[in-house]
Design a protein around this ligand. Structure first.
Ligand SMILES: Cc1cc2nc3c(=O)[nH]c(=O)nc-3n(C[C@H](O)[C@H](O)[C@H](O)COP(=O)(O)O)c2cc1C
Length: 221
């Protein structure tokens, strides 16, 4: 499965089977995490047993039930781009999990006391991602239009359109899609976050999707 196919098939899944992720797949996830951590300087962690990270009371509003495993999204609290990097690299992992036949749900609401994460000095736990085998595959989210989330100074080349199309399929907190992607006259692309709950994490996720759709690498400044 390609990353584009994974984007098209991925939806947030909030109900999971109790079965554990098989050892071989867990190992693949761990090695993908090592690779992403090396590249980003993050400290993403695969926690095989989610224990009581998700409890029904906390998640009554969002409807996320327990998941067998969890990915803790951790990085240096001094990193000014921490939230955005978590979004970008966390989504790479989410899409990788999709290619392995697993389901996921980004979750800002979870128990920060009960998640079995290991924090080194200076580490900050930004957010969690529930992971496992879903009871279902989720569903398409309601979406803003291309015009609502993108602007172009001149024409709209194909690579830009494809990037925007994939960005609209990105998961965002409460499905807020609170971002704008602008194609400038000099051909550069600007991403703006219009604020909201975890909007910097959203922006990183959106950049990941745009990059895959457009085939153009995002430069981290
Ligand atoms: C940063 C972030 C935080 C989220 N937090 C939660 C959450 O706490 N509980 C939940 O059920 N879903 C959460 N979600 C999932 C969104 O509600 C979901 O991505 C959105 O509704 C779009 O649906 P889709 O992921 O199926 O495309 C979160 C998503 C993101 C990106």
């Amino acid at each position: 499965m390609t990353e584009i196919e994974a984007i098209n098939e991925r939806h947030s899944v909030r109900n999971y089977k109790s079965e554990k992720i098989e050892a071989e797949k867990a190992e693949l996830i761990r090695s993908k995490i090592e690779e992403l951590n090396r590249e980003s300087g993050l400290h993403l962690q695969f926690l095989e047993s989610a224990e009581k990270t998700y409890n029904k009371l906390l998640n009554r509003t969002s409807g996320l039930n327990s998941a067998p495993s969890v990915i803790a999204c951790v990085g240096k609290e001094t990193d000014p781009d921490l939230d955005e990097k978590v979004g970008y690299y966390g989504e790479k992992l989410v899409l990788y999990a999709q290619t392995l036949g697993l389901n996921t749900c980004w979750a800002g609401i979870f128990s920060r006391k009960k998640i079995p994460v290991v924090l080194d000095p200076g580490d900050k736990l930004v957010i969690s991602i529930a992971i496992g085998y879903g009871e279902n595959q989720g569903q398409n989210h309601k979406s803003k239009t291309v015009d609502q989330i993108s602007q172009a100074a001149g024409g709209r080349p194909d690579w830009f359109e494809k990037g925007v199309e994939m960005a609209l399929l990105a998961p965002t907190a409460m499905n807020q899609q609170s971002f704008v992607i602008k194609l400038c006259e000099d051909g550069s692309v600007e991403f703006t976050d219009k604020g909201g709950f975890f909007s910097k994490v959203d922006l990183g996720i959106v950049k990941c999707h745009f990059e895959i759709g457009s085939g153009r690498k995002i430069e981290w400044t």
